[in-house]
Design a protein around this ligand. Sequence first.
Ligand code: C2E
Ligand code: CA
Ligand code: CA
Length: 878
Amino acid sequence: MVRRDIDGDNFIDAEELQQIQDRFCEANHLYCFCVTRPYEVLTKYYGSDAEVSEVEKYATSELCYNLSTRILISKVENVAEADEKLPDFVRIMAVGLRLSEQAIATWIVVGFLEDKITDKDLVSPDVMLTNEDDFYKSVQLLETLSKQYMKSKDDETYLKEAMKQSIIETEDAIEKYRRSTSLSRIISMLDSEKSFPEITYDILKEVGEYAGLCNASLLRLNKDQVTVERIAEWTSKEKYVLEIGTQYPKSDLPFFTGKPYTISYGALLPFEFKSYFEKYSIKAGAYLPIVVSDENAMYLAFTENEIDRNWSIDEIKFFNEAKRILQTITAKRVTKNSLASSYVALESVLENVGCGVRLVDVVNRKTLFANNTYQKMFEGIKLPVQFEESFFTPIPIRNVHDFPVGEKIFQTQQTDISWVDGTPARLITIYDVTKMREAQHAMEHEATHDFLTGMYNRRCLEEDLERELQNAISNNTEGALFYIDVDDFKEINDGLGHSFGDQLLKDIGHQLQKISATAENAYCMGGDEFALILTPQYMNLFEDVVMRIRDIFDRPWLLDNNEYFCTASIGVIRFPKDGSTVQHLLQRADIALYDAKLRGKNCMEFYTDNTENSSHKRIAIEHALKKAVRDGCKEFEVFYQPIINLYKEGEGPEQCCGAEALVRWNSERLGFIRPDQFVGMAEYLRLIIPIGNYVLEKACERCKFWNDMGHPDYKVNVNLSVIQLLQNDIVNIVRDTIERTGINPQNLTLEVTESLAINDIRRMKKVLSDLKRIGCRIALDDFGTGYSSLNHIRELPIDVIKIDRCFVIDCGKDEFSDSFVRLVTELAKSIKVNVCAEGVETELQLDMMKQNDVQMIQGYYFDKPMPATDFESKYVFG
Ligand code: C2E
Ligand code: CA
Ligand code: CA
């Protein structure tokens, strides 16, 4: 098997693709081939050498290259049409095969449009023709198929084989079913009270529609033996009507010989047939003699005038079965006493209908006839009583029912008829629909389940929520919906690689499904979004569900033998309180979720009447923030909060040793906005990258200035967001800023948060080491609030630990805080790292820090963050 690696773990199987392609081309009368990125041919054209050389006359390699490149480099364009000068009857298009947005291969599709051909000589007779309408429809179909195909490639274990198989089996089962239903309708006409021409018309129509013909007619030889009359006719379109009653000289009808003819498109034909076909623009025809009392008196004529048609074996079989039934009916009407032959004819038809047939005498509970298929279907099986009884109900069961028998599922149709000898009988046709049901279930599963996690999908959620909402309204109860979104999933996914990202989503889904109160109502909304419905009956477990969700995201995930943390933001709504329609509820859940996101990560937000107001406010902030960044970050100002060194060698106690740079936003439209209110949003919108770069630049400039103005050891601390740190070019950006501003890298301290630093430890170690290599120092910010894992601290190349304000506030009052601070300072000493306490506001707090050997202090006790000029007049020039 030829396999080509395209994108890491994913691949396209060229052989498999070629097979799918060939089937597609054959069915749609097109030519196509597939190229990969970079331009390399993956599948070949389907067709003979003559056909291919005709195709390549128009689809030159240059044209194909240009057209496919358009798709391969574009994120949005998935279908492109060649705009080169081509004859109107040639269309060339490209269709992308995409794996998570990235086009990794392209189809080149070539069609010859019959309805656009003005000069027949220009088109080689070798090529397959289609028409304009069908061509564009086929291209659309190819796009859909490709999407499905790529989706199946995305997850190796899922669907791959099943999908191909189920398509074939469904087609097969549906085809069989269609044919059998059609035939049993024809069989039931045996009993019809209608006139002979009417019955004949019904049969012609049934055959014509089943086989998709243009014209189906019955022709009869007149008594004069030289003329023929068209006595019944069905056509698919008005234009194929040849008129009932038309008389033809028998000699004009080449098939009127007593022999059957089944002529496919392009077959070698004797002269008479050729001119007959040309005269009536027939592309393919089937002509079957009907023998009544040994005279070949009639012909069934089926024609195809539109498409280049090859009769399939099944179709020919079907025509013959229809013919036999018509023959039986004719015989029954013509000669009332030739029953024997009718029996034989009928039985042989029933033997071949492709479904089980059983004929019963309801009154005497006797089986009159059962065909081979029926006998094989139930060989050695005792039919369930209910199933057997259903055949003998006083009136035939009209509706089609599914009957499970053992592992299989059967469907029956019943009609009361009179058997050829006039006995009342019930005709029961039985289909084995097991395969079809299985295929249907697979399709339903696909339609209602998320592809990756196997959880119910959004469509299901909408249905279930609707039901629960109506329940809650009518019973006057309350339910809730949790809308969960994994934080920074894009970063995790980019950092870990897609297969681990997928694994993470599967694990999260799996854990969410374990929450018992919502186990039946857990959904994956696609991507990294999940939802849980807490139905009114379990509403007493609300707090429990909240705890369980928090627990899930408090623990690390084990991926590739490493521990990873990931948090989630959650929006919660209650119904019917928060909305009277599903749409309304989902909208509000979304607002609550968005609110949670923007508050910073790892938050759960309940929808309240204020949420929507605050959400409007947030949207206003979002717009202003985007504009501020677009305008070059001029609205942002960097404030500086002094950091005090308690014991600076040689200089005595309590000296400033630098400052933390803290951003301030003075929005022209919205006024002054605190970092708490926009940093989270800026991270969510990824605007923190340009804003952070701006702060870094300004802070380095200032610090260089302080160093030049008599304080060569002053350091500046700059906060680096998770988002910034995970950018591949972060090290280059810092290096460039250092070079541009001329700051001594030793005086630049980058603050990263603990939760982040612990997450994906290998990657973090690498980034931080690289930053240290260019000379910067690293501080671990907000220590104690995130995922405390003291072990990791030893592994990371850090210089300073910043103890979070919440431990400082409680120091002296709360034993845990006291011992935490002590523990940190001891640990810091042992690994030779400095400690800085944040948020020191009182003398008491300061004393406690001193007792615990904390070296550096930052807090309102000394000073609040202030503009650069204020800081400089007090700490640089003061
Ligand atoms: P942080 O990094 O923990 O910064 C310390 C915060 O504590 C600052 O709030 C500061 O004003 C405040 N603070 C300092 N001393 C005291 C005190 O004695 N009492 C009290 N109650 N608060 C004190 P600020 O400036 O509002 O910043 C809040 C957060 O916003 C920062 O927390 C940081 O996470 C983020 N932030 C600020 N500027 C930037 C920036 O330039 N880049 C990034 N990525 N984040 C920033
Ligand atoms: Ca900080
Ligand atoms: Ca902090």
